[in-house]
Design a protein. Sequence first.
Length: 109
Amino acid sequence: MLNKFLDTLLPSYVYAAKCAESDALFCNPINSKDFYALIEAILLVLWKFGIPILVLFIVFAGFKYVTAQGNEAKVEEATKALWWSVVGGAVLLGARVIAAVIKATVGAV
């Protein structure tokens, strides 16, 4: 438990040391200049973590199909797993597309 706490706490000290070097200015660890850049950075992180997780869930659903061996209850469970994996992928892709559309719309105004 202590190791998890220290693993969470220690990066804060690194940022504090970086900020302490400056001349009492606010140190922005995110490197985003405005709200849209912040949202884009968050979506990029979600995208980078979401795609491998999506692939793992699709592979897991395929594994469930293979291990079902004709059992209808297990095949239905595997179908649901695959369906929700596809829905999750659509949400992941949709979030990025919607963010790009909003950014282009606001940028055009």
